[in-house]
Design a protein around this ligand. Structure first.
Ligand code: GUN
Length: 300
């Protein structure tokens, strides 16, 4: 059996960022608009600090304005809600992202639902989640969008494909399922209580792993030739006191069986921020009554 094709998210994401940068230039020259993204970070979770730093840097790199709001870990919920209310009213801010997870005293759903749905570039607000479920997608979550773009690039038309998604989070599992249903896939969402998980996975043409457990999905769970999308980013101990990043799939085993697979790092991860930037351009266009450019067709 030959080795699986590697799905190069880094290259696809760079291409998408260039398309976004072109759209930002068009908005500036034709409409005198500079999309603005506000990133709110509460507390000092080390991973969240790295993610928000990358989001802010890439926002500036494509020519958009970026606003970083840092709040201390002991901030109370009402202060976060007040901050969002101010950003909702600020016309220079077209997209608002509150980095998750939040400290325990703050309820994430309450915070997310305070964001103006038109500025909800994460696509997590109840209204945007409801639009996705009812087949009227508007601003959709970024990591699921990234998974979909990589699948279309790899396989073309997805109609009729048997998909198993391992993980049922609101951020990844559930919205990926909705996006793939829209593509006419047959979708099963599996989770920690699913019986005969390995057997279920082995029946899928497309396996999406978004469970947050390092290397849980073994090579023997994969149907020969299947496409594997690994959303997991887990830091584990390596040799000589080092650490390394691994996905939710045992890559060395899976690469021998799958037809195509995303590596970790360099697979889904880079797509998330590129899709966030694309959502910010879309949000800016919608807010100004402009047609949003088709940002995803340049990738597929
Ligand atoms: N934490 C982990 N992933 C995400 C994401 O996509 N958006 C936000 N806001 N927080 C996250």
């Amino acid at each position: 059996m030959s080795k699986a094709r590697l799905i190069d998210g880094k290259t696809f994401a760079a291409r998408l960022r260039r398309t976004v940068a072109d759209a930002v230039t068009w908005l500036g020259t034709e409409h005198n608009l500079v999309p603005g993204l506000a990133v709110v970070l509460v507390g000092d979770d080390p991973a969240s600090q790295i993610y928000t730093r990358n989001k802010i840097k890439q926002t500036a790199d494509v020519g958009m304005a970026s606003l970083h709001e840092r709040l201390p870990a002991d901030t109370c919920q009402i202060e976060v809600l007040n901050k969002i209310a101010i950003l909702n009213e600020d016309r220079s801010v077209n997209g608002i992202l509150v980095q998750l997870p939040l400290p325990d005293q703050i309820h994430p759903d309450t915070v997310i639902d305070q964001i103006d749905p038109a500025k909800d570039v994460d696509g997590f607000h109840l209204l945007n989640a409801g639009k996705l479920v009812t087949g009227r997608p508007d601003l959709t979550p970024c990591t699921p969008q990234g998974c979909l773009l990589l699948l279309k690039e790899t396989l073309g038309d997805l109609e009729g494909a048997e998909v198993v998604i391992v993980g049922r989070s609101n951020i990844v599992g559930k919205p990926v399922a909705q996006l793939l249903l829209q593509e006419n896939c047959t979708v099963t969402v599996a989770h920690s209580r699913t019986r005969n998980l390995a057997e279920l996975c082995r029946r899928s043409d497309i396996l999406v792993a978004a469970v947050g457990r390092p290397e849980m999905i073994r090579g023997t769970w994969i149907k020969p030739g299947a496409t594997v999308i690994d959303v997991g980013i887990n830091r584990i101990a390596g040799s000589n006191n080092t650490t390394r990043l691994v996905g939710d799939v045992s890559f060395d085993e899976a690469v021998e069986i799958a037809g195509a697979i995303t590596p970790v790092p360099g697979g889904v991860g880079p797509m998330t921020i590129a899709c966030l930037l694309a959502n910010c351009v879309r949000a800016t266009c919608y807010q100004h009554g402009l047609p949003a450019p088709d940002l995803s067709s340049s990738v597929a």
